[in-house]
Ligand binder design. Structure first.
Ligand SMILES: Nc1nc2c(ncn2[C@@H]2O[C@H](COP(=O)(O)OP(=O)(O)OP(=O)(O)O)[C@@H](O)[C@H]2O)c(=O)[nH]1
Ligand SMILES: [Mg+2]
Length: 441
């Protein structure tokens, strides 16, 4: 438990109708009672109405609602008071200042969640899920974060770690009475755990998709409707559209949500091989870079002259495995889309559902969809360390290495798994995670 009492606004530094201020630590109730007009003793599960007054001059500061939690039944596991006050940044500032003058301290980034973690209210994967949930931009991002917050990953990792612990205990119990190691632990037993770890590592692709999105570049020759397509998918007139080839000079990036998937959409300058000036040439270089970096390419051409020589030249320069072929402007000329193509008329809003179907299909070909969440990069890195250590352990058994040597490897795997949930790990790693939070969370 911590000795000091911290305070912060949890609704961010923005004006709004209502703001939420939280106080946690051993003196929360004592400090609050000193400032609260209603001279009642606060008890949990009740909401109190009154004024915050400044004890220095007895001036009222704001009319508030407040409620409290007693340890261990609070988010942080400590005594807590939450206040809903009027959401002006000025009012919030005044209330927080009064709390600080009366014995509180301004909370640092993520300090509430860090206390919850240190007091055993949640593990590191759940703490990380809170950031993911706050940052979630789509249904799938939110659902992945939610399942991690509910402890899905925690239980999975703890389950794997328990199996590793059993092996470690068996080896340690026989250290003094060396026997045939294979009779104590079979490499098969370790391999099963490795394969479970491997399955979990594979979910990192989905984790990256829901956290960072997948990149999708719109590529084609000038004037085919690339920027019109960006605007359509974005449902906003973001890019300039004009019947002048070469309208878009630079790449334009925006995030969109297609059926719950987060997509980093890139509109690009049209590609052609006519004489160009320096600026246009730079723009086209950016287009080529966007095409090579993209996970998916929407290759756009026109129904009036589809897949002409210029189109084919572009197609030969990109990785067509990534491409969805879009034939736009079908309103100008009827077009019978072939397999793998999408006929589109942006002006008439025709073909959009089919285009979204294709995009989702493509995403799900790249990243296996998951009902629950996917791990993040930190968790993946620790799982790889654990997997490699266990592989060395299994190899050691096969090579009839000493029990001590095998135990070192298995222990390394055990520790790396513990770092995922936070049962092991340095203060530095933990601080790094909570630094990603905002103040008040
Ligand atoms: N008839 C018709 N015109 C369209 C359609 N989509 C776009 N256009 C028109 O095509 C012209 C070019 O559109 P843009 O979206 O600027 O084309 P672009 O591919 O971004 O062009 P650059 O930026 O020059 O490479 C504009 O006049 C659009 O209004 C469509 O479905 N049908
Ligand atoms: Mg354009």
């Amino acid at each position: 438990m911590f000795a000091d009492t911290i305070v912060a606004v949890s609704t961010g530094p923005v004006a709004g109708p209502i703001a939420l201020i939280r106080i946690t630590g051993p003196n929360s109730l004592k400090i609050f009672s000193k400032l609260f007009s209603a001279r009642k003793k606060l008890s949990p599960r009740n909401i109190y109405h009154g004024w915050i007054t400044n004890p220095k001059n007895n001036e009222p500061v704001d009319e508030i609602l407040a409620w409290c939690f007693l340890p261990p039944k609070s988010f942080t596991g400590e005594e807590m008071v939450e206040i809903s006050c009027h959401g002006s940044p000025q009012i919030v500032k005044e209330i927080i200042e009064i709390f600080i003058e009366n014995g509180g301290r301004l909370a640092g980034r993520g300090e509430f969640t860090k206390r919850a973690f240190i007091n055993g209210k949640l593990d590191l994967t759940q703490a990380e899920a809170i950031i993911d949930l706050i940052e979630a931009k789509t249904e799938k991002s939110a659902s992945s974060a939610r399942s991690q917050l509910m402890g899905e990953l925690k239980r999975l990792i703890e389950g794997i770690r328990e199996k590793v612990k059993q092996i470690l205990m068996k080896i340690e119990a026989t250290l003094d009475f060396p026997d045939d190691i294979e009779e104590i632990v079979s490499p098969e037993e370790i391999k099963k755990i490795i394969s479970e770890i491997d399955d979990t590592i594979k979910t990192s692709k989905y984790g990256k998709l829901v956290r960072e999105g997948i990149s999708l570049a719109i590529i084609g020759r000038p004037n085919v409707g690339k920027s019109s397509l960006l605007n359509l998918l974005l449902k906003d007139e973001r890019a300039i559209v004009a019947d002048i080839p070469g309208t878009t000079r630079d790449t334009i990036e925006e995030q969109i949500n297609v059926r719950g998937y987060l997509i980093n959409l890139v509109d690009t300058a049209g590609l052609h091989n006519l004489e160009v000036g320096a600026v246009e040439s730079m723009g086209m270089n950016r287009t080529r870079a966007a095409a090579s970096e993209a996970d998916i390419i929407l290759f756009v051409c026109e129904a009036t002259d589809p897949f002409n020589n210029d189109d084919n030249r572009i197609l030969s320069s990109i990785d067509v495995k990534k491409a969805i072929y879009v034939v736009n402007k079908t309103d100008l000329r009827g077009y019978q889309a072939k397999e793998g193509e999408v006929g589109l008329s942006i002006v008439n809003r025709i073909g959009i559902v089919e285009l979204e179907d294709r995009i989702v299909e493509k995403i799900e070909n790249i990243v296996e969809p998951r009902e629950y969440g996917g791990i993040n990069e930190r968790q993946k890195e620790r799982l790889i360390v654990a997997e490699n250590a266990l592989k060395r352990g299994a190899a050691g058994i096969n090579a009839k290495a000493t029990l001590e040597m095998i135990a070192i490897d298995i222990k390394e795997g055990f520790d790396a798994l513990g770092e995922i949930t936070g049962q092991e790990g340095t203060e530095e790693v933990i601080a790094g995670i909570f630094d990603r939070f905002c103040v008040g969370k």
